[in-house]
Design a protein around this ligand. Structure first.
Ligand code: HXC
Ligand code: NAP
Length: 295
């Protein structure tokens, strides 16, 4: 069920959606799903060949309208050019998905300041560049807009070993909530999705390298004992961009099979206790709790 599209084929008809980092991974999957729901899609990233190939393949598979425009989200002028190209082609741009990101695991003390910069620049600066460019355009043209930010669960909790990403995603989450209030008067909604692990080459090579994955299966951290399926995230994104979610504003929706809560619960590690041991543990607790405390 979760592997099939949620919305009918016309749900996003006449909407044009800009997806940063739309050539690979989750961005590519969202582009495909949104085309299938009737939207026009613009994808942008730094690698021209990658986005052109993705656009050609998705146009072929879906029969939808998709264009690829090269751009680096860290450069405001690039985003202005991407937006102008989108307006030229489709007449307007109605929604933005801030999906482009950079990340890798590392003890923070091993990072140079440049390594910190590179992640924060892509994730936070990239997201505010695109948000500002689209927001100014929507406000000037009195055009309703929708922003969807792809964050992470550790945007709320923080996490060691991905500190630049955690700082940047927390900033994006703060922007999501702030603008949900400030720009609502212009008809601009702002929401976020916090995914748990969804297999992509980009994330897996940098966050779960083979040496680690052999020792620590990341799936074991997930109560539902599986990774997310791309279509599940696509369905959530399509819903949040559609009019079905018109009253949802300033929300971050977690889609992680319960992963972050499992990490948060102080006694969740007790699942390691074998079932048959609980009789003995219960007996012991009951016995000791009846003995008089020795003041
Ligand atoms: C320590 C490192 C490093 C590492 C790079 N650096 N890799 N430091 N450990 N593994 C340092 C370099 O030494 C350098 O600093 C600085 O970072 C920039 O390095 P470059 O070589 O210029 O960068 P490069 O490796 O080309 O690019 C890094 C990157 C790249 C920008 C992150 O991998 C990229 O473009 N990624 C985009 C896609 C991506 O990352 N996708 C994953 C998203 S997944 P010095 O000072 O030495 O010059 C995601 C999911 C989260 O966000 C949640 C999952 C559950
Ligand atoms: P991915 O395939 O590596 O996607 C990242 C994309 O960002 C790439 O297409 C990359 O394209 C683009 N990008 C990077 N720097 C850019 C820049 N300066 N300008 C423009 N585009 C740039 O990884 P993914 O797993 O699909 O991640 C997509 C999003 O989901 C990210 O925001 C990530 O943090 C989030 N997320 C993923 C997971 C997961 O499990 N996969 C979990 C939580 C959150 P170029 O290299 O061509 O520029």
């Amino acid at each position: 069920m979760y592997k099939t599209p949620l919305l009918e084929k016309s749900a996003l008809k006449e909407k044009t959606i800009l997806i940063t980092g739309g050539g690979t991974g989750l961005g590519r999957s969202m582009a495909k799903g949104l085309l299938e729901a009737g939207a026009n899609v613009i994808i942008t990233s730094r690698k021209t060949e990658v986005i052109r190939k993705t656009a050609a393949e998705l146009a072929d598979i879906t029969g939808g309208q998709i264009m690829a425009v090269t751009g680096d989200v860290r450069k405001y002028s690039d985003i202005e050019k991407v937006l102008a190209a989108g307006i030229d082609q489709f007449g307007a741009v109605d929604a933005l998905i801030n999906n482009a990101a950079g990340n890798f695991i590392s003890p923070t003390e091993r990072l140079t300041h440049k390594a910190f910069d590179i992640i924060v620049d892509i994730v936070l600066k990239g997201s505010y560049n695109c948000t500002l460019a689209l927001g100014k355009y929507w406000i000037e043209h009195k055009h309703n807009g929708t922003i969807l930010n792809i964050v992470t669960t550790y945007a709320s909790t923080g996490s060691g070993f991905v500190v630049p990403s955690a700082c940047a995603k927390a900033g994006v989450l703060a922007m999501t909530r702030s603008l949900a209030v400030e720009w609502a008067k212009y008809g601009i909604r702002s929401n976020a999705i916090a995914p748990g692990p969804f297999p992509t080459k980009g994330a897996w090579t940098r966050l779960f390298p083979a040496e680690l994955a052999e020792k620590l299966d990341p799936k074991r951290r997930i109560p539902l004992n599986r990774y997310g399926h791309h279509q599940e995230l696509v369905n959530l994104a399509a819903y949040l961009l559609s009019e079905y979610s018109a009253f949802i504003n300033g929300e971050v929706i977690t889609i992680d099979g319960g992963e972050w809560l499992k990490g948060a619960g102080e006694f969740n590690w007790l699942e390691m206790v074998p079932g048959e041991m609980w009789d003995q543990i219960e007996k012991s607790i009951r016995k000791r709790s009846k003995t008089k405390p020795s003041s």
